[in-house]
Design a protein around this ligand. Sequence first.
Ligand code: FAD
Length: 247
Amino acid sequence: MSEAAQDVVVIGGGVVGLATALKLRMAGRDVLLIDRDEPARSTSYGNAGVLAVSDNYPLASFKRLLGAPGMLMNPRGPLRIRPNYLGRITPWLFRFALSAMPGARRAGFDAVKALNDRSVAAHRRLLDAVGRPELLVQKGMLVVARSAGGVKALEAESEPLRHAGSRVRLLDAAEVAALEPALAGRVAGGALQEDVAHVLDPYALARAYADAFLSAGGRIEQRQAIRIAPTDSGSEIDTDQAPWSRG
Ligand SMILES: Cc1cc2nc3c(=O)[nH]c(=O)nc-3n(C[C@H](O)[C@H](O)[C@H](O)COP(=O)(O)OP(=O)(O)OC[C@H]3O[C@@H](n4cnc5c(N)ncnc54)[C@H](O)[C@@H]3O)c2cc1C
């Protein structure tokens, strides 16, 4: 296997890798992006396109941990772990549980918030640069409840978001209907998270970043990264074709 030196190697051509690669290329770096498949065809192809910048709380929480056994036992639940994968994933699950501890959760919150606070403006700048600003809209996200109990739960859930600086407006049934006429008479209330933005077509956005990256002289190769190891001058990446070193 041959070895080549590369200024920057980005592994994975989803929206995260493509935006990173494009930004680095625009900053003048020599960038190679590798993907085991066609870029922009994985989850970035068809996610829901929500930039949920209001919600800065990390996934790991005691509430979620306590709910996990119930989810695992429910055949239609959202969480599934294959028994033969349990051994491999146990160290990760252990770290996930540790990150629900108050100190770690606070650090996680700060890290997520630092990213969220910048993400809409950062995508706007990139979309302006690639000529597709219309792909991003910021009209908020409406969460609705059907019952008075649900409205109470929404109020409780909105409080920590507001406390953390997000704009959340509680709406009664008439205000929800004014925003979304199709919901008239069907909901008891709602919460509008006003900072949330949406990407109208996630694949178009990822593809626009990929095309701009290639036009700017970036390179994309189909390879699977198998191992990454730090070296004195950077790191070495083994791929299914040949190792790469990153300086
Ligand atoms: C149904 C659904 C809806 C979602 N909705 C939202 C949403 O509304 N908002 C939101 O923020 N998030 C949402 N997500 C999460 C979403 O997946 C991410 O936000 C986003 O698309 C992830 O982008 P990514 O670049 O990290 O990963 P991906 O788009 O999955 O890209 C990863 C890329 O890495 C490549 N790859 C992986 N391993 C290797 C390797 N070893 N070597 C080389 N290449 C490799 C893959 O082929 C792939 O192209 C949703 C997810 C799902 C499943």
